[in-house]
Write a protein that binds this ligand. Structure first.
Ligand SMILES: Cc1cc2nc3c(=O)[nH]c(=O)nc-3n(C[C@H](O)[C@H](O)[C@H](O)COP(=O)(O)OP(=O)(O)OC[C@H]3O[C@@H](n4cnc5c(N)ncnc54)[C@H](O)[C@@H]3O)c2cc1C
Length: 357
C-alpha cells in the first residue's frame, strides 16, 4: 500500500469471531432507555420531549468526531424551563448531562453516555438589532442562517468556522469556535455581548441584566466563591508573568551593558525577534533613558504581589516568578525607590551586578 493511503477498514470496529459486535449497544440500553430514568423524565417533561427508543439512542451515538457513545436517553427541550427542569433533575439524582447541538465538534464533546440534551431542534431564531450592529440569536441557529439574515445589513458574524452551514451559535460559543479569518480577534468570546445560561442547579442567568452579578451571587454563593478564587489565581499569574518580563528585560540590559555591548542596540535587536513585546518597548526605553516617573509605583506593585502571593499560598499554588519579582521590588523599596515606576526594578539588578546601564 502506498505511504499514507487511507485504509477505512482499519477504522471499523472488528469483533472476534463468535463474539458480539464491538459497536453493539450496551446491555442496559438494548431495550431503549432504562427505568427509572425513562419514567422520571416522561413524568417531568411529557413523552413527546423524551426520546427513549433504541434507534433514537443509536442515532445520537455518533457525531463528527471518531467516537461513539450511546446515551441512555435523549431529551428535546422546548424552552428554558425544560432545560432548567432536566438540569435540576440530573443534579438531584447525580446523573450526567451533555448538550448536543449540530454535533460537528471533532473531539467528542457533544457526546455522552447518560442524558443527552438536543439544544438545536427547538432553538432557532434571529432578531436583528441596531441595524445589524448587534443580533439576538437562539442558540440552535446555524451560523450560515445568522449570516443570511445579516447579509442585507452588510454584516457577518465574528466567528467563521468552516462548518458554518451546519454548526450552531450555541456550539460555537461553548467551543469558543473561531475560523479561517476570525483568528483571536473575532472569535466567539470577543463577539459575544451577553447570554442567558442555565446552571446545573436550574438557576437561570441573563448576563445582560444590570443586577446579573448580584443575582448570581445570591443564588449560587459556593459557585461564585469558587469562580472568584479562580479569577484571583489567573490575575495573580498574569501579574507575575508581566513582572517576570520586566525582570527579564532588565536582566538582559544589565548583562549586555556589563559585557561591554550597547544596551540600546541589544534592545533594538530583541525588538526584531520573538522577544518583541510591549514591555520591551516601553519599560526597556524607560530603563535606558532613566525616566522612572511612575506609571505604576513599585510600592503599589509590591502590595499587589503580596496579596497575590498570600492568595496563592492559601490555594496551594506556586508562583515562583511572582515571588522573585517581589524580592526585587523589596530591594528597590529598601533603596528608597518605592515611589518610582516599576521599571526601576533594573536598579536592584544594577546594584547586584555592581554595574549601571
Ligand atoms: C468540516 C468541519 C469544519 C470545522 N471548522 C472549524 C473551524 O474553522 N473553526 C472552529 O473553531 N471549529 C471548526 N469545526 C469544529 C465545530 O464545527 C465547531 O467547533 C462548532 O462550533 C461546533 O458547533 P455545533 O453546533 O456542532 O456544536 P456541538 O458539536 O453539538 O457542541 C459543541 C459543544 O458545545 C456544547 N453546546 C452546544 N450547544 C450548547 C448550548 N446551547 N448550551 C451549552 N452548551 C452547548 C456541547 O455540549 C459541546 O460541548 C469544524 C468542524 C467540521 C466538521
Amino acid at each position: 500500500m502506498p505511504l499514507l493511503e487511507p485504509d477505512p477498514a482499519k477504522l471499523r470496529p472488528r469483533a472476534r469471531p463468535g463474539a458480539p459486535a464491538a459497536d453493539r449497544v450496551p446491555e442496559d440500553r438494548a431495550g431503549g432507555t432504562p427505568e427509572p430514568l425513562r419514567g422520571d423524565l416522561v413524568a417531568l417533561l411529557g413523552a413527546e420531549k423524551v426520546l427513549t427508543g433504541v434507534s433514537d439512542l443509536v442515532r445520537y451515538a455518533s457525531d463528527a468526531s471518531p467516537y461513539r457513545f450511546v446515551p441512555r436517553v435523549v431529551v428535546v427541550p422546548e424552552d428554558v424551563d425544560d432545560v432548567s427542569a432536566v438540569l435540576s433533575y440530573a443534579h438531584g439524582k447525580g446523573r450526567e448531562v451533555v448538550f448536543r447541538a449540530a454535533g460537528t465538534s471533532l473531539n467528542g464533546q457533544a457526546q455522552g453516555e447518560d442524558v443527552l440534551v438536543d439544544v438545536r431542534r427547538h432553538w432557532t431564531g434571529v432578531e436583528i438589532l441596531d441595524g445589524g450592529a448587534r443580533v439576538r440569536i437562539a442558540p440552535g441557529t446555524t451560523v450560515a442562517r445568522v449570516n443570511a439574515a445579516l447579509a442585507r445589513h452588510g454584516r457577518v458574524l465574528g466567528p467563521d468556522p468552516a462548518s458554518a452551514v451546519a454548526c450552531t451559535v450555541g456550539g460555537v460559543v461553548a467551543n469558543n469556535a473561531s475560523g479561517m479569518t476570525a483568528g483571536t480577534t473575532r472569535n466567539a468570546y470577543v463577539t459575544l455581548a451577553s447570554l442567558t445560561f442555565v446552571l446545573p442547579t436550574g438557576t437561570v442567568v441573563d448576563t445582560a441584566e444590570p443586577d446579573a452579578d448580584e443575582r448570581l451571587a445570591r443564588a449560587e454563593p459556593a459557585l461564585c466563591a469558587g469562580l472568584m478564587e479562580l479569577k484571583a489565581e489567573i490575575e495573580a499569574d498574569a501579574q507575575g508573568a508581566r513582572d517576570a518580563l520586566i525582570e527579564a528585560v532588565a536582566e538582559a540590559l544589565v548583562f549586555a551593558a556589563k559585557a561591554g555591548a550597547d544596551p540600546a542596540k541589544v534592545r533594538e535587536a530583541l525588538m526584531g525577534g520573538f522577544a518583541s513585546s510591549r514591555i520591551l518597548e516601553v519599560h526597556a526605553e524607560r530603563m535606558l533613558k532613566r525616566t522612572f516617573d511612575p506609571g505604576f509605583r513599585i510600592e503599589l506593585h509590591q502590595k499587589d504581589l503580596g496579596l497575590a502571593l498570600a492568595g496563592a499560598k492559601a490555594l496551594g499554588v506556586a508562583l515562583p516568578n511572582t515571588a522573585n519579582a517581589q524580592q526585587l521590588f523589596s530591594a528597590c523599596v529598601a533603596q528608597g525607590e518605592g515611589r518610582s515606576d516599576h521599571s526601576a526594578m533594573v536598579k536592584a539588578l544594577e546594584l547586584m551586578a555592581n554595574h549601571s546601564l
